[in-house]
Design a protein around this ligand. Structure first.
Ligand SMILES: [Zn+2]
Length: 254
């Protein structure tokens, strides 16, 4: 079988976009944010991961990738590196309009690949609103949450969190030249947030759920194994979802 190539909407002309619409291809919208990710990962880590995961899924299940939304709702790390933040309703409305515009143009299946925790509340509202009004199949992937269940198997530890083992694995696998292992120092970078003590900015940007668990790892082989488990899990689930529309006799209706 010939391997599919990822297709990017932004590089297509109108003739090509028409043919994509004709084949009813799912549209992937990567969304991240601009936010400090410790000293070993770049500030666009969330967007880069979302884009690369969309690319992998596009190869596995077919479809086309929309230009990413690079500016999201950064909150706790706004002070330590350039970040993006808007009033939440502005952001929600912006993303909602983007999704609705694509639907108007004929994309009936839209998969938002989210790379940032702070975007989740807005995306949850969007996925609950649009399908009530439009004939659309809409999905939101929060990839790092799905990835947590593979941490123990590959790394023999508990999941980490922000800028920790999961995101470091993704960046190491997708974009190794943007990872700086020598810059990571657990004593300076690790921090376990506590409900009893809120600190803005937090004293470290590698947020762990438990002391010493889920720390960044710079093992490329493990990163590859980890990400292929994540991609294969996601693509199995997305394929099932796409095929499930066949059980609906008419077409999707709001
Ligand atoms: Zn992140």
């Amino acid at each position: 079988m010939v391997q599919r190539k990822p297709r990017y909407l932004k590089y297509m002309n109108t003739i090509q976009t028409e043919s994509v619409l004709k084949e009813n291809a799912p549209l992937f919208i990567p969304i991240g944010t601009l936010e400090a990710h410790g000293r070993h990962l770049p500030i666009s880590t969330d967007t880069i991961c979302a884009e690369k995961i969309a690319e992998k899924l596009c190869i596995e299940v077919g479809g086309v990738i929309a230009p990413p939304i690079e500016y999201g709702l950064t909150n706790v790390f706004l002070q330590t590196a350039p970040g993006s933040f808007f009033p939440e309703d502005v952001f929600k409305s912006y993303v909602e309009h983007i999704v609705r515009n694509f639907r108007k143009h004929g994309f009936k299946t839209i998969i938002i690949v989210n790379g940032h925790g702070g975007n989740r509340d807005s995306l949850k509202q969007i996925i609950r609103t649009i399908p009530r009004e439009e004939a659309i199949a809409l999905s939101v992937i929060n990839w790092w949450i799905l990835a947590e269940k593979y941490v123990e198997r590959v790394y023999g530890c508990k999941p980490g969190g922000h800028a920790a083992v999961e995101e470091t694995a993704a960046m190491l696998n997708f974009y190794p030249t943007l990872v700086s292992p020598a810059k990571y120092s657990p004593n300076i970078d690790d921090y376990v947030p506590e409900e009893s003590l809120w600190m803005y900015p937090p004293p470290g940007e590698v947020l762990l759920q438990e002391e010493g668990e889920g720390r960044p790892s710079f093992d490329s082989d493990k990163a590859e194994m980890f990400m292929s488990l994540v991609i294969s899990d996601l693509s199995t689930k997305i394929k099932r979802w796409l095929n499930s529309f066949n059980r609906i006799k008419g077409s999707l209706r709001p």
